[in-house]
Design a protein around this ligand. Structure first.
Ligand code: NAD
Length: 252
């Protein structure tokens, strides 16, 4: 499905990351991957994963650092001459703002969360656009808290709502270049980012109890859906937010 396709995956922190589930699925489908790591602290966790899938590009990327992004895309151009897909699986909100009421959140915390979790997608899409010479597919990760109030998700709910709207605007603007933009919305999965949320275990339990499938969402299942959306098989799918949650979101 992904034979000959070359793509960039941003957001692998360790083997539990949703981005890693996606990387494995795309790799198994024949895709070639560039991987990034946040900083030197994160590198030892990500490097063995990059090595295991023979990633020809493995570079640091903090999305708040424009010089790192510039160097990364220059290296991708040098290595492949083009890019077929981009996966953005990045989110951050300062703890103090995430744990309190949204009502009490600071402007600074909100700006940081929006910049790292939402506008970074816009910046990466802009950098990828000139390299997607044969069209392309861009995918990001959202969550149900964008649509409904999920206790404990706080500030990230409005941020994910902005991310989903950004997907639609990017999809409309980039479609003439053959570039599709979509989001997946996985059910709760125990990852590093999720461990920062209050009462996360209860969220997983609720999702499992109430989803029609009654199964915990896994990074493998998210990866399977990602591989489809990143492939040409999804060439008429754009601007969508597709749930991978065992049907939790359809229940009243
Ligand atoms: P994770 O901790 O494995 O991944 C989050 C990633 O964001 C990490 O790789 C981290 O390095 C990266 N990141 C944070 N700040 C960054 C920065 N400044 N520059 C570059 N990268 C940065 O957790 P995850 O759950 O796999 O999260 C991936 C995405 O999936 C996030 O957007 C998250 O909101 C979304 N998501 C997660 C769940 C869940 O339950 N785990 C559910 C729905 C959506």
């Amino acid at each position: 499905m992904m034979q000959g396709k070359k793509g960039l995956i941003v957001g692998v922190a360790n083997e539990h990351s949703i981005a890693w589930g996606c990387a494995q699925a795309v790799h198994q489908a024949g895709g070639e991957l560039a991987l990034t790591y946040l900083n030197e602290k994160a590198r030892p966790y990500v490097e063995p994963l990059a090595t295991s899938i023979h990633a020809p590009v493995f570079m640091p990327l903090d999305v708040t650092n424009p010089a790192q992004a510039e160097a990364l895309f220059a290296e991708i151009k040098q290595c492949w001459g083009r890019l077929d897909f981009l996966l953005h699986a990045v989110a951050f909100a300062p703890k103090a703002d995430l744990h309190g009421r949204f009502t009490d959140s600071s402007g600074e915390g909100f700006s940081t969360a929006m910049d790292i979790s939402c506008h970074s997608l816009v910046r990466l899409a802009k950098a990828a656009e000139p390299l997607m010479t044969e069209g392309g597919s861009i995918l990001t990760m959202s969550y149900y808290g964008s649509e409904k109030v999920v206790p404990g998700y706080g500030m990230m709910g409005p941020v994910k709502a902005a991310l989903e709207a950004s997907v639609r605007y990017l999809a409309a603007e980039l479609a003439p270049r053959g570039i599709r933009v979509n989001a997946l919305s996985p059910g709760p999965i125990k990852t590093r980012a999720a461990s920062g949320l209050a009462h996360f275990d209860a969220l997983v339990q609720k999702a499992t109890d109430e989803a029609p499938l009654h199964q915990v969402t896994t990074i493998e299942e998210v990866g399977n859906a990602a591989a489809f959306l990143l492939s040409n098989n999804a060439r008429h799918v754009l601007g969508q937010v597709i749930y991978v949650d065992g049907g939790y979101n359809i229940m009243g």
